[in-house]
Write a protein that binds this ligand. Structure first.
Ligand SMILES: Nc1ncnc2c1ncn2[C@@H]1O[C@H](COP(=O)(O)OP(=O)(O)OP(=O)(O)O)[C@@H](O)[C@H]1O
Ligand SMILES: [Mg+2]
Length: 340
């Protein structure tokens, strides 16, 4: 950003007072961090660190880093048809993940939370993330949780639907979404991302798909003043255009759950039931091959049954039965998308 040195402290104080009057906390902290950076450049490291710590603390106090239930204004006008506002209802801690994607997300959160600090040092925070993995492995849930930790609204754009609905003018509609992301900070989740790139036939209009791809390529390169997070989710990374793939800052890979994850997911969805002695070996066997989402739904089913039976304890056969039922459902819908 540059040029901040020349801003006098009186001007900064004025701007901070203005933020106070407007209730714009984020901007208030941003300016405070600019002051810290200016101090740091003059060699006043202790002062700079002090300011930065005070800002971090103030942010935590205002509920930052906690979660959810933040009311956000839904998109209006033309945008209302393109973007769906979701309120985050999952915490990052609830998403059962392998170490690698978890670390990657934590890294992203850290860069986003300290983005002003990075920018003051001439660095751009990561914000473009591709979520790759089978149906029901937690891609949408992760985007939601990410929005939750960052205290940002989650906007979901379903590309396949958008392309079929706005045949011929998809690129123009996308432009509206892109512009919004530069104006309003949020997590923008482009679902069914493989629809971009033209390998798959949402439409036979090759020229249209070319335009869509090109507008995405351009959008991904544009600097984004609001540091909105752009997430793409896909089950089919192979269908993605290579040039598009290269524009992401990070790729998170989701996969079918490991035995340990099967256990963790089932345990977490068993709450608030008691489960004193479950035969985990049999349960894990019954859960093998099911997605995270299917495991979650099956476990919920077992819990509901117990509640209706007015029991507060879950037995192995409740869980195994529900898992087997899920497996039968999956087999009945083989090949069907979104086998949740
Ligand atoms: N990794 C996970 N940990 C815990 N629960 C999960 C996980 N993945 C999925 N779930 C459960 O399944 C539900 C559906 O998952 P989600 O919508 O995130 O899957 P997805 O990967 O986006 O699937 P799709 O490709 O079909 O869009 C979640 O809301 C959650 O209840
Ligand atoms: Mg999804």
């Amino acid at each position: 950003m540059g040029g901040t040195e020349t801003v006098s402290s009186a001007k900064r104080i004025l701007a901070m007072l203005q933020c106070r009057a407007d209730g714009d906390d984020e901007r208030f902290y941003t300016i405070a961090l600019q002051v810290a950076a200016a101090e740091a450049r003059q060699g006043h490291r202790r002062v700079a660190e002090g300011i930065r710590e005070a800002v971090d603390k103030a942010r935590t106090h205002s509920g930052r880093g906690q979660t959810v239930a933040v009311p956000f204004a839904a998109p209006r006008g033309d945008l209302a048809d393109l973007i769906e506002l979701r309120s985050p209802s999952h915490r990052l801690a609830d998403v059962v993940l392998s170490d690698k994607p978890r670390k990657q997300i934590e890294g992203l959160v850290r860069e986003q939370e300290r983005r002003d600090w990075l920018r003051e040092h001439g660095k751009t925070p990561s914000r473009r993330v591709l979520l790759v993995g089978p149906p029901g492995s937690g891609k949408t849930m992760t985007a939601e949780a990410l929005a939750g930790v960052l205290k940002l609204p989650l906007f979901v754009i379903r590309l396949e639907g958008l392309i079929t609905r706005y045949l011929g003018e998809t690129a123009a509609k996308l432009r509206l979404v892109f512009d919004e992301s530069a104006k309003r900070r949020g997590v923008y989740l482009f679902d069914e991302f493989d629809a971009v790139g033209g390998h798959r036939g949402a439409t036979n209009d090759v020229a249209e798909m070319r335009r869509v791809l090109n507008s995405f390529l351009q959008f991904m390169e544009e600097p984004n003043a609001t540091d909105s997070v752009v997430a793409g989710a896909t089950n089919y990374p192979d269908l993605l255009d290579r040039a598009l793939l290269r524009r992401f800052d990070l790729v998170l890979r989701f996969s079918m759950p490991t035995d340990e994850q099967v256990r963790t997911i089932i345990k977490s969805y068993l709450r608030p039931m008691r489960y004193p002695r479950l035969a985990w070996k049999g349960i894990i066997e019954a859960g093998a091959g099911l997605s995270q989402s299917e495991l979650a739904r099956a476990t919920e089913k077992a819990v509901k049954t117990a509640i209706l039976d007015e029991r507060n304890t879950i037995r192995t056969r409740d869980v195994v039965g529900a898992l087997e039922e899920r497996r039968e459902m999956r087999e009945a819908f083989i090949g069907a998308k979104g086998s949740r």
